[in-house]
Design a protein around this ligand. Structure first.
Ligand SMILES: [Zn+2]
Length: 184
């Protein structure tokens, strides 16, 4: 299955209730999120202010705000955008997509859809960046491929092509052997 490496990047949803007192979080409530590395995988726990404790074993911890997740998107055919592509690539868990995943994440961070919470070093020495989705509170762990500038341009082009799979302008750029008499 080749799942050895894939624990490095992950999406963890924000809990609906405090992992300490089990009280449900309210919309816009301040909470404290911790990320642990246990049994070979990332575990996220979310605590209210009262239950927050100094988690010495936590890999990362940050303060955030609970947002009631938006209702599931209606069955509208959505255009591929940077976020949907990011989720798709992360779900595929292919090592080859790492660069594209990272570039998409940087794009989305610039758009203020994600905020970076922390950076960590993985056991294999790679740099991990922990991002949080501002609307849903999910945390995304992605590997920073530490691209060099020339690689960066190349990957950016790749991503643009991926995003351009469904071009906005659907008008085909084909030459129409137009008969000038018919054109009105
Ligand atoms: Zn609590």
């Amino acid at each position: 299955m080749g799942r050895e490496n894939i624990e490095n990047w992950h999406v963890k949803k924000c809990a609906k209730a405090c992992d300490g007192c089990e009280e449900e979080f309210q919309h816009k409530q301040e909470l404290y999120s911790c990320l642990f590395f246990e049994d070979g995988e990332y575990q996220r726990q979310d605590f209210c202010k009262n239950c927050r404790k100094k988690e010495a074993s936590a890999l990362s911890s940050w303060k955030t705000v609970f947002m009631v997740p938006p209702p599931p998107a209606e069955e509208v055919v959505q255009k591929e955008n940077a976020e949907s592509l990011l989720r798709k690539l992360m779900a595929k868990e292919n090592e080859e997509d790492l660069n594209a995943i990272f570039i998409l994440m940087v794009m989305l961070e610039r758009k203020k859809i994600f905020v970076e919470r922390d950076t960590q070093k993985a056991e294999d020495g790679r740099k991990l960046r922990i991002y949080e989705h501002k609307k849903t509170g999910e945390s995304f762990v992605v590997i920073d491929p530490e691209l060099k500038l020339d690689q960066l341009e190349h990957v950016q082009e790749e991503v643009v092509v991926l995003l351009g799979g469904k071009p906005r302008n659907t008008e085909p750029e084909v030459e129409v052997s137009a008969d000038p008499e018919i054109a009105d």
